[in-house]
Design a protein around this ligand. Sequence first.
Ligand SMILES: [Zn+2]
Length: 95
Amino acid sequence: MTIGYDDLEIEEDWQPLSRLPIGSSLCECTGCGLIFKSPSAFDMHRIGIGNGETRCATIDEMQAKGMCINAKGWWVTRGFTFEAAIAEHEARRHG
Ligand SMILES: [Zn+2]
């Protein structure tokens, strides 16, 4: 039997330019290359400009929304408190 092009298995989410590990929930903005810890953080980064179009928020605009960048260089929806970090760690360990 011959193997045609259609038989090649390519992961649906495969992106040649992405620097993100496979299976992570991180989001990389294809517009500006910033990395977001979650889809919700990415959503806050995209600003509607009408007609269903969006643009990247500037750093100032993201900070104005309360967004922060964490120690790993990922943008998050808000500053992490110590308590929130512990809760997240616990949830992951049990989850
Ligand atoms: Zn962007």
